[in-house]
Design a binder for this molecule. Structure first.
Ligand SMILES: NC(=O)c1ccc[n+]([C@@H]2O[C@H](COP(=O)([O-])OP(=O)(O)OC[C@H]3O[C@@H](n4cnc5c(N)ncnc54)[C@H](OP(=O)(O)O)[C@@H]3O)[C@@H](O)[C@H]2O)c1
Length: 253
């Protein structure tokens, strides 16, 4: 199946490592031009250089930006749209991974929620110009099950789901889709579950055993799901919350 992303443009907020990076590589290798940001300038530089080398396309763009900073978020989106000459797919992948502290709630609110709101506002005029516009948020299964410690993480991801529906209902007539994809536990080298695997092997083994497919998801698998939903191939998916957890959360919906 062709994702139909050749010549399309994607912005990935939080794209230098992990799930965002797997998504960036997949889209770039399918012919899409990618603009990405992360806080670490070195990570961004390496990611953009690697995308250019992998895809043979010199148009990929990156900039260091902290998504908890409203002005920096808006600047990145606006600069990236100028550099790419538009945007078709806006993907908000980064999380503040907030805990239950006041600082954690603030980080969750700014990074998971407000960075998405600000990025959408900045990107809307360009998205309205696109013939294949989509907004995709990377959520979490923590938005629907008890996560513990009265953490801000799940509630922020739940707010994201309500916001995506607002966008989908309001901007569908402009040809803009909006969806949330919620991963369960995802393993990739250097990621948070890789660290748990090394530091808490018993806990990791218990989580793995509880997942019906007998393992954690991979970065590549999430990259494929995100890319499909964001791409024109996922056209009829709109206002949806998509569970991508291998059956980890034992619930009907
Ligand atoms: N991994 C899982 O098991 C899992 C499970 C459920 C949901 N998710 C969701 O999937 C998404 C990606 O998770 P991940 O595990 O791939 O994360 P990750 O490995 O920590 O990568 C996050 C990416 O976002 C960037 N980033 C983080 N905070 C940022 C900020 N404030 N401003 C700009 N960029 C920022 C990071 O680069 P810098 O550090 O350089 O900024 C990096 O490129 C998150 O929304 C997470 O909630 C993940």
């Amino acid at each position: 199946m062709d994702l139909e992303v050749t010549g399309k443009k994607a912005l990935i907020l939080g794209g230098s490592r992990g799930i965002g990076w797997y998504t960036a590589q997949l889209l770039a290798n399918e012919g899409c031009t990618v603009g990405l940001c992360a806080r670490g300038a070195e990570g961004v530089e390496q990611a953009v250089a690697s995308l250019k080398e992998q895809s043979g396309n010199d148009g990929h763009y990156g900039a260091a930006a902290d998504l908890s900073d409203g002005a920096a978020t808006r600047r990145f989106v606006s600069d990236a749209i100028s550099a790419l000459g538009g945007v078709d797919m806006l993907i908000h992948n980064a999380s503040g991974f907030g805990d239950g502290s006041e600082e954690g709630w603030e980080r969750s609110f700014q990074v998971d929620m407000m960075a998405g709101v600000r990025a959408v506002e900045e990107a809307l005029p360009a998205l309205k110009e696109s013939s294949a516009a989509s907004i995709t948020f990377v959520g979490s299964m923590a938005s629907k099950f008890y996560f513990g410690n009265r953490s801000s993480y799940g509630p922020a991801k739940a707010a994201m789901r309500a916001y995506a529906n607002e966008l989908a209902q309001e901007f569908g007539r402009d040809g803009i889709r909006a969806n949330v994809i919620s991963p369960g536990a995802v393993w990739f080298p250097g990621g948070s579950w890789d660290q748990r695997k090394q530091q808490m092997p018993d806990f990791y083994a218990k989580v793995e055993k509880r997942i019906p497919l007998g393992r954690l998801g991979t970065g590549e698998e999430l990259g494929r799901i995100i890319s499909f939903v964001a791409s024109p191939a996922g056209m009829w998916i709109n206002a949806a919350h998509i569970v991508a957890d291998g059956g980890q959360v034992a619930a009907v919906d």
